[in-house]
Ligand binder design. Sequence first.
Ligand code: GLC
Length: 554
Amino acid sequence: MNPGGVCVYQIYLRSFFDANGDGVGDLAGITAKLDYIASLGVDYIWLNPFFPSPQNDNGYDVSDYCAVDPLFGTMADFETLTRNAAAKGIGVMLDMVFNHSSTEHPWFKAALAGDKKYRDFYYFLPAKEDGSPPTNWVSKFGGSAWEKDGAGGYYLHLFDKTQADLNWDNPAVREELAGILRFWIKKGVKGFRFDVFNLTDKGGAFLDDGAGDGRRFYTDGRQVLPRFAAMRNAIFDADGGGFLTVGEASSTTMEKCAAYSNPKTGALTMTFHFHHLKTDYPDGEKWRRGAVDFPLLKKILHEWQVFMGEHGGWDALFWNNHDQPRALTRFASAKSAFHYQSATMLAAVIHFMRGTPYIYMGEEIGMTNPGFQKITDYRDVETLRYHRILRENGMSEDEVMRIIQERSRDGSRTPMQWTADISGFSAAGKSWIQPAPNSAEINAQSEEANPRGVLAFYKRLIALRKELPVIQSGSYTPVLPEYAPVFAYRRDLAKTRLACVNNFFEEGVQISSSDFNRWLGKPIELLASNYDASPPSFEGGLFLRPYETAAFLF
Ligand code: GLC
């Protein structure tokens, strides 16, 4: 399998399509929409967790790794989906939440009941002398990362207190997790995403962090690479290879990601990393409003592409996922006049890059953040927690809500807009979270009828990657650095040369012919344009209109 030649579609299944009318998307709903998915031309679908779970973190709190939560259907539904997807050439990728389990998992329950074997599955530590938690580490969802265990000590939870961190130092834990992978491989699964995989080595020494929130002690620990490489050897390679694996890397570095994803010495096919998506966090703070630092965004995108290329690493390319507010609203324009250009320009930027593109459901039709005004319309555990924390810190309800509208993970979790109203998602007209208010303007049905819409543009990008080896494996070079509003690069493979030139702003930009010729060359074929009714003219350089993208061979 050549990871440069494939494309992945991510499905947040509770919001994709509700086949049984309870307001929650389900596995049968994905099967029902396989024709739509196949029409995109994607090779894999990555499903967010559907395992039995108390659903405190929408399934990232797993209480049984080898079953299906009745909320999403049955094991038979899963098998039907996998079989029907395979018949269309689509592989199913699962989301393995192996850094932590739910506190409802039988392992944790046995641990709490005092079973020595299972206490070693987690991190139970004594309190400090004054009774306070073992370290001052902060949970990713706010507050202490330690919760009382009811016996005078504490257990570690880097996320919600119902998500207890598993002890990867214990070989018995790693053996259990390997068994879970084998279970799903037997069911025909073709790939895996590993949730926050680079937090699985806590470093052994549980020390207070005098300078930060603790992450430097438990992020990218020395054992992460060898342990995942061992899993690769024992499971993925041993099974004949061909699996697509991706690790979600939290607060990581280019060096680490290149090492994790090196095809010879690494552990996974590729990694997700988030530096480019933090460029609108003022001073790195998520829960504050801020504008995108565009020079920083450019620098990060270019640097990672160049570094990963030079060091044999491989990138997952993405703007959106279930943890991110919609990129369209964030990095381009939310104005309806520029909706098409914004959505397609962002798409072109990553689809011509070196790596494997991921499309998050709804992105291919240009879905936006819903902008709910009231906290009672939000569902996400992190959002609700930060609402409380910010209010307790004295911030006004108005300001907190403005932040939440921009930052909440629920921004991308609203129901897929199949038709002009909610009946396209659920025939019963119900949904676990309200739909965004713009289904009438933005929906898959009207996109499918529009040969010049966002959806058609995505299909073209996906097809181009399959056709052109230069997209799959060409080298990457930043170009036109002197044009501040422009993000542009070239890809080279033998004699084939491709350029992707983008204007991230509403104002037009003139690229002079001397600069154009210095960095690029005379276009021989226009591959993609989001002003296709009046394609760009390359006479006298290139004038880029609002949010214009132009990709061409030269
Ligand atoms: C990852 C998931 C996110 C989840 C967290 C804890 O970041 O993508 O949704 O809340 O891990 O499992």
